[in-house]
Design a protein around this ligand. Structure first.
Ligand SMILES: [Zn+2]
Length: 235
């Protein structure tokens, strides 16, 4: 699985017009080494876990690994729930340390996390969030627990459902909790920066992903269909 990066030195030498190059995606979001033109790099991406996992799922479909796609879409959705819960907690002035302490109690069980998500969302917005339908939950369980091999259409239908769950909630969070969305993103970036130590030069960059929390989606978001067409995936 690869990610698009831009070398800041190349961009500078070309008057700000950088060239993208690809690297293997990394869990910690840090990239060191040399760009294709030999510049030393220390790059950090601000990609959130759910954004990265969604990318991995799209790549898996492209490569024909539908089972892995369903698994990564599921992980993406679950990590998004964690992000949303953090945002809602931040709105109530819960400190990151207090949050981390409480999260330990639910961190091992995704069903508990969904429960937290559904009711915090209800409390803040007066409606329950969209979650997986019974049919999609069944598909997920068959794939993850029973070794079912879904076809491409099933993987895409599942991805579409996860995309809607995430983007509808993102739209809601950004419209009423934008400061907290940015604060939680800032915490994530700060954590990545900690791992960079004092090495210079260092840069942060936003990678182009299908889901991007900083996109303004108030007037609607890119349909899933459009995302997969752009990736060269067909139904
Ligand atoms: Zn370069």
């Amino acid at each position: 699985m690869r990610v698009n990066l831009m070398c800041p030195s190349c961009a500078q030498s070309q008057g700000g017009v950088g060239r993208w190059f690809v690297e293997m995606i990394r869990e910690d979001g840090l990239y060191t080494g040399k760009c294709p033109h030999g510049h030393d790099l220390l790059l950090a991406t601000q990609t959130l876990p759910h954004e990265m996992l969604f990318e991995i799922a799209l790549n898996a479909i492209y490569d024909g690994y539908n089972r892995e796609a369903v698994s990564s879409f599921t992980a993406s959705m679950e990590r998004f729930f964690e992000f949303a819960i953090k945002v809602i907690a931040a709105k109530r002035a819960v400190t990151p340390d207090a949050f981390a302490d409480a999260w330990k109690q639910v961190s091992k069980q995704s069903e508990r996390q969904i429960g937290v998500y559904v009711f915090l969302y209800l409390l803040d917005f007066g409606v329950r969030p969209i979650i997986l339908s019974h049919k999609m939950t069944e598909l997920r369980n068959d794939v993850i627990h029973k070794g079912k091999l879904p076809d491409r259409k099933e993987a895409l239908t599942f991805g579409n459902a996860v995309h809607q769950i995430i983007q509808e909630a993102v739209r809601q969070l950004r419209s009423t909790h934008l400061d907290q969305v940015n604060a939680v993103l800032g915490q994530h970036v700060a954590k990545t920066a900690e791992k960079m130590g004092n090495t210079y030069p260092r840069t942060f960059q936003v990678t182009s992903t299908a889901l991007n929390i900083i996109d303004d989606v108030t007037t609607g978001y890119k349909p899933f269909q459009q995302i997969i067409v752009a990736r060269g995936i067909s139904f």
